[in-house]
Design a binder for this molecule. Structure first.
Ligand code: ZN
Length: 250
């Protein structure tokens, strides 16, 4: 299996690229040498989009998944899979339209990606609000899901967040969104696939998709829910988000 270079890590707003087909897998789909498509990971659902063959035929891909690579072992970074192939899932009847070695074009659905950038940036900001109330909250995260219209974090906590604390965290989140802080991503000096996200003085290890400034997340709403004795879910939505098409380049 050949690794796929994930161009979006260093060029986060590139929406299309040319690629060479490296593998055709009956279930996983089409693997390529490079891609602009985000593969599901870190709780974030994948991109969708279109593959165009060199005959001009357009084939939708509906999911993107990483295959097996190697485990990153750096002391100060989570153990993530790197050097993986990336598969673009297509309908079974479309597999025959591809052959290994063929050059294709990969284009992502930028409306979906834009929503995922907002959703993902927003969940970091909500976490920053919660972190002011419980400084070690990051270690209590047990689950995370980031989709196109909402995102959530699941925590294992002996003392759960109260309604007042959730309100306080939301007010902080909305305040910094209003201040429209800059946000950036950068790679670990020893590993280009080990990515960080930063806004202000806050840095998280994260290979997801984000906005360049946090203001476009808009005013967020938050909700909490008990998932059992020590488990609590905090979810949020972004009804006032701004989606800028001009963010993306081809
Ligand atoms: Zn992130």
């Amino acid at each position: 299996m050949r690794r796929t270079e994930r161009l979006h890590l260093q060029q986060p707003y590139l929406s299309a690229c040319e690629a060479i087909v490296t593998e055709i897998h009956p279930e996983k789909g089409i693997a390529t040498d490079v891609t602009v498509a985000f593969a599901e990971g870190g709780g974030q659902i994948s991109d969708c989009g279109v593959l165009t063959t060199n005959d001009g035929e357009q084939v939708n891909f509906t999911d993107v998944q990483k295959g097996y690579g190697r485990l990153l072992l750096i002391n100060d970074f989570p153990s993530i899979q790197i050097d993986t192939p990336v598969y673009h899932k297509v309908a079974p009847e479309d597999l025959a339209k591809f052959r290994v070695g063929q050059t294709i074009k990969i284009a992502i659905d930028t409306d979906r990606r834009n929503r995922l950038c907002v959703s993902h940036t927003g969940i970091h900001l909500v976490l920053m609000g919660l972190e002011r109330l419980k400084t070690d909250i990051y270690q209590s995260i047990r689950g995370c899901h980031i989709s196109t219209d909402k995102a959530r974090l699941d925590f294992m906590l002996d003392d759960k967040f109260t309604d007042e604390q959730i309100t306080e965290a939301r007010e902080y989140t909305n305040q910094i969104i209003k201040e429209n802080w800059e946000a950036k991503t950068f790679a670990h000096p020893k590993e280009p696939e080990a990515m960080y996200w930063q806004t202000g003085d806050t840095v998280y290890c994260c290979g997801g998709t984000h906005l360049p400034r946090i203001g476009d997340v808009g005013e967020v709403t938050t909700a909490k829910k008990s998932l059992g004795a020590n488990m609590q879910r905090v979810s949020f939505t972004f009804p006032k988000a701004v989606f800028r098409k001009e963010l993306f380049v081809t």
